[in-house]
Write a protein that binds this ligand. Structure first.
Ligand SMILES: Nc1nc2c(ncn2[C@@H]2O[C@H](COP(=O)(O)OP(=O)(O)OP(=O)(O)O)[C@@H](O)[C@H]2O)c(=O)[nH]1
Ligand SMILES: [Mg+2]
Length: 428
């Protein structure tokens, strides 16, 4: 295994930069840079030297000893001054060191996975944590990173192994008197796991929204003030506005943090019958995106007339409220009236949905959970036929166990790894 190194902190100017080394040469390479000895684990302030003896920088050198490190290998971390020049000088020197090479994106984490420091769900959680922009995303990523999905899967797995071994005991002693009927216990173990697995699988849709963001579409007639409202919510001129009806044609997206929830607001073309070819393409797109969004804000008196389905939780609000004294409530992108109310309505509605998710967050998780669920369903129905088919029921349980093992990455995920690690940044 090569010893690898990379800048672990962000590129660019900063107070401090962290360069990480992992592998059997990590300590000796760090020691060579410092021209001094280093403890197997600990922290020292040291000067770092170039090969010609001149000082590159001075910084903190941290050493971790295998297996007690992030990667499970010997690790050294150099905290140097965060200038491009300091970092480049140290990196160049490491690059010249025999046996060291630059790490690929995600390679430190990949080694952590390979050395059993984390399971695959934790790797995904770590990637999500690094990408987290809002409070809800941070909390969600932390839960997975802490290994909660892995421990849940482990608990299910133990229950299913017990159920399978009960059945196998009956099969093995088929010719003898079997003292007790094992079906009640098997059934209770399997139904317990099935209820849990179903809950997690159902929660993935919402959990994925927290991971990747909710979409909220602003819908209305031309000139209703949709783009003006989007700009007001975004706090910048993201969309062109004008008194000309049919200004917006493309869908304009603005990402926002709405009280901790990641939300992408969509400004869409005003909906009407039109002869204009380009506008009608925009309207088609507007309807498609509005239908697919998690929530719609209808800026109109009559949402039903727009040709977009109105669903539970959708918001209706009257626009240009500054021009009208005859309505209570209403909203004005121009004066800001009603904006706070709209923001709190949106986050209340989405926040309410966001509480109903479990720990599983990805389509990959959902697929493994569904595979397990299918096998468990099959096991349950075979179980009804009595001991003659116990071997088939046990085999179905084994299939479910394998699906759970795939969930945590213990088996059958080699081909997935490249894809998962490709999304990592360099140095992680
Ligand atoms: N008084 C008042 N005028 C507004 C308000 N919102 C928008 N307007 C004006 O109404 C006109 C249309 O605004 P837009 O935001 O472009 O409307 P839109 O719904 O995006 O229109 P399309 O993109 O054509 O569908 C512009 O002249 C805006 O200045 C408002 O709250 N109050
Ligand atoms: Mg517009």
């Amino acid at each position: 295994m090569d010893t690898i190194f990379a800048l672990a902190s962000a590129q660019g100017k900063a107070g401090v930069a962290v360069i990480r080394l992992s592998g059997h040469l990590a300590h000796s390479a760090a020691a060579a840079l410092t021209r001094d000895t280093l403890p197997a684990r600990g922290m020292r302030v040291r000067a770092l030297f170039a090969t010609d003896g001149s000082i590159l920088d001075e910084g903190l050198v941290l050493t971790f000893q295998a297996p007690a490190s992030f990667t499970g290998e010997d690790v050294a971390e150099l905290q140097v001054h965060g200038s491009m020049a300091s970092v480049n000088a140290v990196m160049r020197s490491l690059g010249d060191t025999e046996g060291l090479r630059l790490a690929e994106p995600g390679e430190f984490t990949r080694r952590a996975l390979e050395n059993g420091k984390m399971d695959l769900t934790q790797v995904e959680g770590l990637a999500d944590l690094i990408d987290a922009e809002t409070e809800a995303q941070r909390k969600q990523a932390q839960t997975i990173l802490a290994g909660e999905l892995g421990s849940l899967a482990e608990r299910w797995r133990r229950d299913l192994i017990r159920a399978a071994s009960l059945l196998e005991a009956v099969i093995d002693f088929a010719d003898e008197e079997v003292p007790t009927d094992v079906t009640p216990e098997v059934r209770s173990l399997v139904t317990g796991v099935m209820a849990d697995v179903q809950r997690e699988a159902d929660g993935v849709r919402i959990a994925e929204r927290i991971r990747s963001g909710f979409e909220v579409a602003i819908v209305g007639l031309p000139n209703a003030g949709k783009s003006t409202l989007l700009n007001a919510l975004a706090g910048r001129d993201a969309a062109i506005t004008s008194e000309y009806a049919g200004t917006t044609r493309d869908v304009i997206e603005v990402r926002m943090d709405l009280e901790g929830l990641p939300v992408t607001l969509l400004d869409t073309a005003g909906l009407r019958e039109t002869e204009d070819h380009v506008e009608s393409l925009g309207i088609e797109l507007a309807i498609k995106r509005a239908e697919a969004a998690d929530l719609r804000v209808f800026l109109t008196e009559d949402p039903m007339s727009l040709g977009v389905s109105v669903r539970d939780g959708d918001i209706q609000v009257l626009p240009k409220a500054d021009l009208r004294d005859d309505i209570k409530g209403g909203i004005s992108g121009k004066t800001g009236k009603g904006l706070d109310q709209l923001i709190s309505d949106i986050s209340r509605i989405l926040g309410g949905r966001a509480t109903s998710y479990g720990i599983a967050t990805r389509e990959r998780h959902r697929i493994s959970l569904n595979n397990a669920q299918e096998a468990l369903g099959a096991a349950m129905s075979v179980l009804e036929s009595g001991p003659d088919l116990y071997d088939i029921a046990a085999e179905e349980l084994r299939t479910a166990i394998r699906a759970l093992e795939a969930l945590v990455g213990r088996i059958g995920v080699e081909d997935l790894l490249d894809e998962i690690f490709a999304s990592f940044c360099l140095g992680k």
